[in-house]
Design a protein around this ligand. Structure first.
Ligand SMILES: [Cu+2]
Length: 355
């Protein structure tokens, strides 16, 4: 507390001194041969600095591409993910192209036309041609981007009636996820937080015990999905805003208390296939190198080493929902329809679970 008071006083005193010097400066008689006006030498120096800065940002960009280019998400593992990625890369390319050219022009002209006493700027009030160019080109470019984005959005978000689709509920709570499969009838039973209290807390996602559709529902803590089959997610939250984020499938939808939100996609790569991809093998290798180095330090300090990392799809929370938000995740396993059915048959239904 004393330290804080001392620091505050010091800051306030410095501000007072600074203000006093400003007053002194203002009270001085006006000096017309003011040496604060930039000379040709100053302008020359600043202009060259501008040019150096241009070289610096381009060098930084190229360096970042090579150094950090591999930390972006791997290729998508869902059907719509390919469209999503195309849109993203198209937008990136346009932005990157435009920014490269405009930054170059901006800094180069600042350098080229740096102040010089012998040079006079050309004055003209306006140019309709120039106004037209910098209005029409961005309009066309932005309209194109927005339309492309809208079409992709509609394509991704439209959930068509599909009897074959697997219906899965994602249930968010501080700080974990639960998943509920609709069971043999393909219909999720009604649910409400009011039913959480029933069956000594065994009713994990608050299934309405009077709704017969819920009897065969299956509640699990690990999400398994069959490959190449549409999955319709119905998303609920028990407490606060969460967001169901499945980055490898390019999917995200908010979990809002009091309402059911939806998202549907078709996973088209199994976990096993993903682990075999050269890109993933490379990423895993890199992560394990970091973990290994860290482990060595931990062991030296007499602590346990870290387990090696293995690739898994994840469901994460993407809304800051509280203290343990960072660790609110659930593993997703994508497997063949056959393996999936075998696994699902071995799960306990709601009716059996609460009895
Ligand atoms: Cu959350």
């Amino acid at each position: 507390m004393t330290l804080l008071l001392v620091l505050t006083s010091l800051i306030l005193i410095s501000i007072a001194v600074w203000q006093l010097t400003k007053i002194l400066e203002l009270s001085k008689p006006v000096n017309y041969s003011n040496d604060e006006i930039a000379t040709d030498k100053d302008n020359d120096f600043q202009g060259k600095l501008m040019f150096l800065f241009l070289i610096f940002i381009y060098a930084l960009t190229i360096f970042s591409f090579f150094r950090y280019g591999d930390v972006i998400l791997p290729e998508s593992a869902s059907v719509h993910g390919e469209n999503y990625d195309s849109l993203l890369w198209f937008s990136f390319s346009v932005i990157f192209f435009v920014q490269t050219i405009t930054q170059a022009l901006l800094h180069y002209f600042a350098f080229k036309y740096r102040g010089n006493k012998k040079r006079k700027a050309l004055f003209f009030a306006d140019s309709n041609f120039l106004e037209g160019v910098w209005t029409i080109i961005p309009t066309i470019a932005l309209a194109g981007l927005i339309l492309y984005g809208l079409f992709t959005w509609v394509d991704i978000m439209t959930i068509e009636e599909n009897d074959e689709a697997l219906v899965v509920e994602l249930y968010a709570q501080q700080f974990n996820w639960k998943a509920r499969y609709a069971g043999e009838d393909g219909v999720l039973g009604d649910a409400n937080v009011r039913f959480l209290q029933e069956f000594d807390g065994k009713n994990l996602v608050g299934i309405d015990p009077t709704d017969r559709n819920g009897d065969d529902d299956i509640v699990v803590q690990e999400l398994r999905l069959p490959v190449n089959r549409e999955v319709v997610f119905r998303i609920r939250s028990q407490d606060v805003l969460h967001s169901a984020f499945m980055p490898h499938f390019r999917a995200q939808m908010n979990a809002v208390p009091g309402m059911i939100t939806q998202f549907a996609f078709v996973p088209n790569v199994t976990t096993q296939e993903m682990r075999m991809r050269p890109e993933i093998i490379q990423k895993v290798k890199k992560i394990n190198k970091i973990r290994f180095d860290k482990s060595e330090k931990l062991v030296a300090e007499g602590e346990f080493p870290l387990d090696p990392y293995e690739f898994d799809f994840l469901l994460l929370c993407n809304k800051i929902c509280g203290a343990s938000h960072y660790n609110m995740q659930m593993k997703i396993i994508v497997e063949t329809e056959e393996d999936f059915n075998k696994w699902l048959d071995n799960q306990i239904t709601f009716k059996d679970f609460v009895q």
